[in-house]
Design a protein around this ligand. Structure first.
Ligand code: 13P
Ligand code: SF4
Length: 301
C-alpha cells in the first residue's frame, strides 16, 4: 500500500510524462487539491477544459463535468478516475422526457443547467452554471424558457428576470435539505458572520443570504468582503477550499456531504494516469449538438 506522499510523487511524474492536466472541482476531498493544476467551479473548469493544450485531462469531479471537458476538447483524452461518481440531479432529466416537454411548449427555448448529461445538453439551446444562470436566461431573446433540471436554481433565476421560466422538478439532495432553521441556528452562534448561499438551495434559504454564489464566487466574496467570518450554505467540502485560500478567516459549514464528489481518491487519480482510465467517449452527433449549447454560454463573457 503506497502512502499519499508516494502516490503524489508518482502522479506528478506521470503527469509530466503524459502531458496531462488535473482539473479538480471545489467539492473534491481536499487532499486531491495538492495535485491539482486548477481547482474551481463548473464554469471555471469548463473554460480551462476548452483552453488547455495538454494531451490528457484528468477530471476530478462528477461525470457531467468530465463530459463537458470532452464536449469542449474532443481531441484530448479525458479521464474520469471513478466511473460511479455521478451527479444524481443530472439523472433527473432524460433527453426523451425533455423532447416531450419541448413538444408541449413549442415556443420555448431550453436553458439547461450544466448538471446534465451530454444528451440533454444536445437538446438544449444554451447551457448555464450556477455562476451565470441569470445572465444566460436574460440573453435568450424569446420570452418563454424551459429550465432544466434544478427547480431551485430556476426559482432563483425567475426572481431576477422578466422571462417566463418553466421549471423541471429536479433538485440537488445536498442543497435541498438545508433549511432556514439551519441558517438561523448558525447565525445565533456566529452573529457577525455573512451568509453565503449556493443557488441550488431552496428559495426561503436563498432569501436569508448576504450573497448568492456559485462555489467559485464564494472565493471572490470571501476575498472582497469586509468581514472575516462566513456561514457557508453548500456542500461541506467548500469550507476546506475557502480555508486553504484564506487561513486567517473563519468558515462555518451548513451543508451536507455530496457522496458522489467524495468517491475519487488519490489512488484513483494515480490509476487513471497509469492505466489511461476511464476514458470519456461520446457519440459525435450528440457531442457536436451539446457543444453548441456550451459554446453559446462561454461566448457570453
Ligand atoms: P458550482 O458550479 O457552483 O461549483 O456547482 C456545481 C455543483 O454541482 C453544485 O452542487
Ligand atoms: Fe450533484 Fe448536488 Fe453533488 Fe453538485 S452537490 S454534484 S448538484 S448531487
Amino acid at each position: 500500500m503506497m502512502t499519499n506522499k508516494e502516490l503524489i510523487e508518482k502522479i506528478q511524474k506521470l503527469k509530466k510524462e503524459k502531458n496531462a492536466v488535473i482539473l479538480v472541482h471545489n467539492y473534491i476531498t481536499s487532499d486531491i487539491y495538492e495535485i491539482a493544476d486548477y481547482i474551481g467551479d463548473s464554469l471555471d473548469l469548463s473554460r480551462k477544459s476548452a483552453a488547455t493544450d495538454a494531451d490528457i485531462i484528468v477530471f476530478c469531479g462528477v461525470d457531467f463535468m468530465a463530459e463537458c471537458a470532452k464536449i469542449l476538447s474532443p481531441d484530448r483524452t479525458v479521464l474520469h478516475p471513478k466511473r460511479e461518481s455521478s451527479c444524481p440531479m443530472a439523472a433527473m432529466v432524460k433527453a426523451d422526457d425533455l423532447r416531450e416537454k419541448k413538444r408541449q411548449h413549442p415556443n420555448a427555448k431550453v436553458v439547461c443547467y450544466v448538471n446534465t448529461t451530454a444528451s440533454v445538453k444536445a437538446e438544449s439551446d444554451i447551457c448555464c452554471t450556477s455562476a451565470n444562470a441569470i445572465e444566460v436566461v436574460n440573453s435568450v431573446k424569446e420570452k418563454e424558457i424551459l429550465f432544466v433540471p434544478d427547480r431551485n436554481l430556476c426559482a432563483y433565476a425567475q426572481s431576477k428576470t422578466d422571462k417566463k421560466l418553466i421549471p423541471w422538478n429536479g433538485y440537488c439532495y445536498v442543497h435541498d435539505v438545508i433549511t432556514v432553521k439551519d441558517i438561523k441556528k448558525s447565525k445565533e452562534s456566529h452573529p457577525g458572520a455573512h451568509v453565503m448561499v449556493h443557488p441550488e438551495c431552496r428559495p426561503d434559504v436563498i432569501a436569508m443570504a448576504d450573497a448568492v454564489c456559485s462555489t467559485g464566487q464564494m472565493i471572490d466574496y470571501a476575498k472582497t468582503s469586509n468581514v472575516s467570518e462566513f456561514i457557508v450554505a453548500t456542500e461541506e467540502g467548500m469550507c476546506a477550499r475557502l480555508k486553504r485560500e484564506f487561513p486567517d478567516k473563519n468558515f462555518h459549514a451548513i451543508g451536507s456531504i455530496c457522496n458522489q464528489m467524495k468517491e475519487i481518491s488519490m489512488y484513483d487519480v494515480y490509476m487513471a494516469l497509469k492505466m489511461n482510465q476511464f476514458e470519456i467517449k461520446l457519440d459525435e452527433e450528440i457531442r457536436k449538438s451539446a457543444k453548441k449549447a456550451l459554446d453559446r454560454m462561454l461566448e457570453l463573457r
